[in-house]
Write a protein that binds this ligand. Structure first.
Ligand code: DQA
Length: 146
């Protein structure tokens, strides 16, 4: 089983950006955490981060025929990107949305998730653990479908 984990803009600044919201752990630590979870669960993983919408669309498209599922934190593009929504719909792979912070309790403009419309589930406000929950959820549904 292979999963893509896709992270959007400014998540490479974890540990530096708004620590009161996103915590003190770095993006490298997040990737280490995801790799540990996947190794434990016997899941192959490809991690990707970009600050560019088109690069994220390219990455999602490249998952077609290559991955069994997608974990995505589109970051700010969550709330704006029809292109990312359409890419997720195009590849039609099981997808799960993750947000480190509890976007439901933040600004009004964060209450809309375009990407979420193409996701089977969302894990919100759980920090790094949201990625673990997303991986476990995808593993379960992919195994059921097999
Ligand atoms: C985020 C929430 C978004 O609203 C924000 O733009 C981010 C990170 C999160 O993980 O909590 O960059 O996706």
């Amino acid at each position: 089983m292979k999963l893509f984990v896709v992270n959007g803009p400014n998540l490479n600044m974890l540990g530096v950006r708004e620590k009161n919201i996103y915590g003190t752990q770095t993006y490298e630590q997040l990737i280490g955490y995801i790799r540990e979870v996947c190794a434990r669960e016997n899941v192959e993983v490809e991690c990707f981060q970009s600050n560019h919408e088109g690069a994220i669309v390219d990455c999602i498209q490249s998952a077609y025929g290559k991955a069994d599922g997608i974990v995505i934190n589109p970051a700010a593009y969550t709330h704006t990107s029809v292109a990312i929504l359409d890419a997720l719909k195009a590849v039609a792979l099981p997808a799960v949305e993750v947000h480190l912070s509890d976007v439901s309790k933040r600004e009004a403009f964060r209450q809309v998730s375009y990407a979420g419309l193409a996701c089977q589930k969302s894990f919100i406000g759980m920090g790094f653990r949201g990625y673990e929950e997303a991986i476990l959820y995808l593993k379960t549904i992919i195994e059921q479908e097999a």
